[in-house]
Structure formats: structure tokens, C-alpha cells
Design a protein around this ligand. Sequence first.
Ligand code: ATP
Length: 331
Amino acid sequence: MIKVSDLTLSYGAHRALENVSLEVDRGEICVILGANGAGKSSLLKAIAGMEPTTNGTRIDVNGLSIVGLSTDKIVETGLALVPEGRGIFGDLTVAENLKLGAYAKRARASEKQNLDKILQIFPKLAERRTQIARTMSGGEQQMVAIGRALMSNPDILMLDEPSLGLSPLLTKELFKSLRDVRDSGVGILLVEQNAKQSLAIADRGYLMENGHITGQGPAAQLANDPAVQAAYLGGATPKQQTPMAGLLEVEDMGETNTLGIDAAALAARAHKIQIGFVKSQRIKKKAKKATQKLNAGKKPNSKNRKKAKLAKHLKTIIKAAKKAAKANAKI
Ligand code: ATP
């Protein structure tokens, strides 16, 4: 189990976390809910030894203090982190990414069993063993990232916003797999903005505001708490859901659609949401991915030509979105 007491972290003069205490046992899912900037990512990085904490901080994994240990030594104690953005090796295959996860000494003897367990939880990874990781969809890449972390045979797995960029459907599937991970005996510390779905799979939860833990309780109790509902489950939409909603349909539309149809669907959706979002980096990234998928069948002659093609498609999508927004505005 992991027990964190009085964890304090400062970035220069800015105190990002103050006296944070929490614990996670094996075989349970604990979610940390908090708004942007509350300190959730900083907390996971501090626990994983990636940010230095101040005196007084105690972090014990299975009874051993890990404060001040290097990240690789921390992994050896039984803690693994799937960072925000996944951090997989895009140019390596699925199998190679998984293999890298087994580098920890504690994992070497049980590499085969761990791999079998992971492929059982994520059967798609078995089908895609030889696929280059960067050519996979966002949801599949998240599976690779979680699979790689599980290959280190952790007792506690920490995940930073695994649902970021995934459709509600893919998020549901991913969270279902996290339940399977929990049921295999691993404890999960999950940082999420997607309060509704994460509370639905969690056993317990912590609320975080401005670097402090401001509440905690069983997940079901938090989900029914009016204050939690108002802050996380009501009007306040998780940051990734609003802009993503329009895009995920593009991914889900299937690869047989022409780019024109995707662009039109995206445009209509984008207007419904807010035209400003079309310009956001995330949407661009998703749109780019969608075009990449559509182009997957074609073999470009050179890298540059491919890049140019993608840029052109992206421009078409944004142009179509703007046009649709204008047309709708007139109605
Ligand atoms: P989000 O969901 O938006 O990622 P979060 O709850 O994960 O938010 P953090 O990323 O941990 O929040 O950030 C907590 C605070 O610490 C913020 O005010 C942020 O600006 C600040 N912060 C985070 N990383 C650094 C850094 N490397 N240097 C300086 N300040 C930082």
C-alpha cells in the first residue's frame, strides 16, 4: 500500500501542494478530483520522485520510505506512474513498449505472467503486438501506456488523466479495464477531471483544491454529495469533454468516410459547441489524427509530402467549420 503524509511541494515561491495526506491500498481504486491547477499532476509527480518535496513529507510504499529515491528505485518498491500524455515510445512496437516496462528487477522473474495478465485485460494489445505505437488510436495508446506500467509488476498504479482525449465510450471501456486491473490486486490512484465516470468505478475519492485535500470519502457518498455534484458533476463540464465531443465522432465515423463528410460533421458539431474551440490545439491534434487515419491506406512518396497533405486537410476542416458556423449564425 502507499501512504502519503504531509506532502508539501513548492515551485520557487509558489506552494503547489501543502500537507497533502492520502493512502491507497492494494485492490482499491482511489480517485483524486480537482479543477485545473489544483495540483493533481504535481502530486503524482512528487510521489513518483519527479519533483522534490520539502522536509516533513513522508511517502511510504509497502512500509518503505521512498522520499528522495530516484524514480527507478521507486518503481522497484512497487509503484508505477502512467503520466499525463502517456509517455509511450511512439516509434517502438506495442510489444517493445511492453517489454521496456519489464525492465524493473522486481518484474523480470514474472515477465511472462505479467504479460499474459495484461493481454487478458487488454486483448487488443495482443492483436496489435507488432504495430508501431504512434500509429494507434488515443485509446489504444493509453492501453499501451497502462500495459507498460503494469509490466513493472506494481502494487500501486498511478494514472494521470487517462481519459484525456478519449470519447465517452472509449473512456467507459478504459475504466472498465481499470476495474479489472484493480480486481487483479493492484491499487489504483487515479487523477481525473471526468468526475462522473471515475467515481462510478472508484472505491474512494479525495477532493483537491489549491494544493490541499479538502474532502474525502467513499466514491458513492461523494457522487451523492450536493457540493461535489455542484462542483464536479453538474454544470462544470470536465475540461476535455466539451471540445472533444465534436471530434470524437470523427474518430468514430469509421475509416470508409471521405474527408469531406468528416469535415462537415466536425463543422456542424464545432458550431454547436463553440467555434473558438476549433482553433484550440487539442482539436487540431484530433483533426490531424482523423486525417491521418483517413490517409492510412495511401502511401505518400515522402515524409514532407505527407506533412503537407495533413496540413492541407487540417486547413479544410477548419475552413469548413468556420463556414458552417457563419451559415448557422445567419439562420
Ligand atoms: P491540470 O488538470 O490543469 O493539469 P493539476 O491539478 O494537475 O491541473 P498541476 O499541473 O499540478 O495541477 O499544477 C498545480 C499548480 O502548480 C499550478 O498553479 C501550476 O501552474 C503550477 N505548476 C505545475 N508545474 C509547475 C512547474 N514545473 N513550475 C512551476 N509551476 C508549476
